[in-house]
Write a new protein. Structure first.
Lengths: 224, 240, 249
């Protein structure tokens, strides 16, 4: 069975599970909003400050939310050892990772798109005129987050203290994404509009490097 | 039993006396070079000499982390635990050297620039690298079974190592966009200073090699002891 | 009760274990295990906990790799590739291997798709019949009783009409009636040519079709009644050991 088909089947299952309960989606959105609110209470953002600090806080909130919300990805497969069921199937083992990565990506992107307008209101930034490049940055950054997050979720699932371990592993590795995405977002929201090719290329490179690494060695994590 | 293990526990002394002697001599020579023989830097004075140890430690730390990368790949390919022993040994030694970097940085900065810390490109990157591999070590403490631990460490080790150039570039590019005074820069290096630096680096590499070898041996012995303990407890349980 | 999908008796699966060794750390879970299972046999693996039964089953299911040694699958004269083998194996494990947050039917449709079966929805519905879960097809597995989950697990294992069925202590958690049903199901499958390997703790109702018994202790094979022998001796051995250990405690 082709990698694409098995990935799509697993993706569909992940999405169905996720959206059936919708509890994780709601909780993650609320969590991001709380983080943004708390961050902004640590200083009083005037309009120009908002444009400088806001994006950083936004991405920080996304990273925190991501590192918490990516937990269940593989933990869910431990309850009834359904991971073994997946591995019994005649599919490329990478499709298990790929399906989950894609599901996590879509899920996180959805959270970000929901939070974005709220962010725009809190920080008085106009996002509609620059929506397309903004979504591009969101997508590139989130690919990096979802890719590494899913792989590390598989790592953490085999260890103790996994709730603490996932953020511990993920956040340092994602520091470059935080920097790049924040800078790119600041550039986009700046007046005049500045689309930083360097940062966008960097984000793409990050995604390519880690997607490739996940493809090459990810399946070792699924073995017994 | 140890003989059943794919990775033999090394026998004999961990490090030979000649090798210790060589490294000791290297370190002594390098220290002499750095502290006494090298020309004094014009603006910074005596404290600048710490730069030789600061930079050599950083470069050596890189080498150690590169070893983690190689050993992790080797483990995934061969499943021989000895690569895992090399991996943890290199990671710990690398963290130790980067601790030296993070400590000598402020010691150098305070007298010269008046501040303990600055988020300049090099220090920031060093800090992040330090955290990255400390996370690697934390991960290891949280997985009990040796093969599973080796596996997840190898995967995370590879990801962490791949992250290194990305960390450096992103922080460097950020700093070029938002410049601030850089600690440690200023002036090119005099020829004699380069020679001393190289000597310091070789000496530090020697220390690194010794430490890794010692740690590797420790890990091998630890694994053997754990296995013997396990066998003993299982035998005791069965005769009950 | 309808017979679950049967496999063709001519294309039986032969398994060959050669010098299989499995280490976890420095603990030997399996030592030098070598034997062959011919097509259509019904093998019981007996032994107490920790004897290596589950590990051997996992290796047979290609879920774990042996530290040393080889396992080969043949259909007729040709050795099979990993994917080809996976298509032919069904497994009932210690855990249920189904998703609590999906319905019974959704679970089976999902796995049917992963096994690339034609018309997965119809196949799923058909598979629920023999295990008596057809009326609970749209209920979440979370709401199922232990026995029902076990039956769904069996339906899942039989989805792709496996030529090799692996079961890890399948009687555990089933009441005597459930055990009898399972015994009858296994007998039917065996009659239609399926090779069965199941690990078992002691005597129970599921063993009516057993043609061969292999005993493991400390990861090594101690007794093997052979493809043509009488398994009852080895099976009885397991039960006696169990009782003796139980009394000694």
């Amino acid at each position: 069975m082709s990698l694409a088909r098995s990935t799509a089947t697993i993706l569909a299952k992940e999405l169905r599970t996720e959206f059936r309960s919708r509890e994780l989606l709601g909780t993650t959105v609320v969590f991001v909003l709380i983080v943004i609110f708390l961050f902004s209470r640590t200083f009083e953002p005037t309009s120009s400050e908002s444009r400088r600090f806001g994006p950083g806080l936004l991405w920080l909130a996304f990273l925190f939310a991501g590192s918490l919300m990516l937990q269940p990805s593989f933990l869910r497969e431990q309850t009834n050892d359904t991971l073994a069921a997946l591995r019994l199937a005649p599919i490329d083992p990478f499709s298990i990772l790929a399906g989950k990565m894609t599901a996590n990506f879509l899920f996180l992107l959805l959270v970000e798109l929901i939070v974005l307008p709220v962010f725009a209101v809190f920080y008085n930034v106009a996002i509609l005129p620059v929506l397309a490049p903004l979504v591009l940055v969101l997508a590139l950054g989130t690919i990096g987050l979802a890719t590494t997050g899913t792989v590390f979720s598989a790592v953490a699932a085999q260890a103790r203290l996994r709730e603490l371990l996932l953020p511990l592993l993920l956040l340092p590795v994602l520091a470059p994404v935080l920097i790049a995405s924040t800078e790119a977002t600041i550039g986009i929201l700046r007046d005049p509009f500045d689309l930083s090719v360097v940062w966008l290329t960097f984000l793409t490179a990050f995604d390519v490097v880690f997607l490739t690494a996940a493809w090459l060695i990810g399946e070792y994590l699924l073995e017994e | 039993m140890a003989s059943e293990s794919q990775s033999r526990t090394p026998s004999g002394a961990a490090i030979s006396f000649p090798s210790v002697l060589v490294v000791f001599l290297l370190v002594a020579t390098a220290s002499y070079g750095a502290l006494i023989q090298a020309p004094e830097e014009a603006t910074m004075g005596l404290i600048q000499r710490i730069f030789y140890f600061h930079v050599s430690s950083a470069w050596t730390g890189f080498v150690a982390f590169f070893l983690v990368f190689i050993a992790s790949i080797a483990y995934l390919r061969t499943r021989a635990l000895k690569w895992d022993w090399l991996s943890v040994a290199s990671a710990e030694v690398g963290v130790a050297f980067f601790t030296v970097v993070l400590v000598t940085g402020p010691i150098w900065a305070k007298p010269v620039w008046g501040i303990w810390w600055t988020w300049d490109a090099r220090l920031t990157s060093s800090f992040l690298l330090w955290i990255l591999f400390v996370s690697y070590l934390v991960l290891r403490t949280l997985v009990d079974e040796p093969e599973r631990r080796a596996m997840v460490s190898a995967v995370f080790g590879i990801f962490a190592a791949l992250d290194i150039p990305l960390v450096y570039f992103s922080i460097w590019w950020f700093r070029t966009q938002h410049p601030q005074p850089v600690i440690g820069a200023g002036g090119s290096l005099d020829g004699r200073m380069w020679r001393v630096l190289m000597l310091c680096w070789v000496a530090t590499l020697g220390v690194m090699a010794l430490l890794i070898r010692l740690r590797y041996r420790l890990e091998a012995l630890r694994t053997e002891v754990d296995a013997l303990r396990l066998e003993e407890s299982r035998n005791a349980g069965r005769t009950m | 009760m309808a017979t679950p999908h049967s496999s063709s008796p001519d294309s039986g699966l032969r398994i060959s274990f050669s010098g299989i060794e499995k280490r976890y750390g420095m603990r030997m879970a399996l030592r030098d295990v070598s034997f062959e299972i011919g097509a259509g046999e019904c093998v019981a693996l007996v032994g107490h906990n920790g004897s290596g039964k589950t590990t051997l089953l996992k290796i047979t299911a290609l879920l774990a790799r042996p530290s040393r040694g080889q396992i080969t699958f043949c259909s007729g004269a040709t050795a099979l590739s990993t994917d080809a083998v996976k298509r032919r194996i069904g497994m009932v494990a210690h855990h249920t291997l189904v998703y609590d947050e999906l319905t019974a039917e959704e679970n089976l449709v999902f796995f049917a798709k992963l096994f690339d079966l034609p018309d997965p929805v119809a196949r799923a519905r058909e598979s629920l019949e023999p295990v008596g879960l057809a009326r609970r097809a749209d209920d979440m597995v979370r709401t199922f009783s232990r026995g029902m989950r076990q039956r769904l697990a069996i339906a899942r294992a039989l989805l792709a009409s496996p030529q090799l069925l692996l079961l890890d202590e399948p009687a555990a958690g089933l009441d005597p009636e459930g055990q009898q049903w399972l015994g009858a199901t296994l007998a039917n499958l065996h009659a239609s040519g399926c090779t069965i390997v199941m690990s078992t703790h002691g005597r129970n109702e599921t063993q009516s079709c057993v043609t061969r018994a292999i005993r493991l202790e400390g990861g090594a094979v101690t007794h093997d009644s052979g493809p043509n022998g009488d398994p009852r001796g080895v099976l009885a051995m397991a039960a006696v050991r169990e009782t003796a250990e139980g009394d000694a405690r």
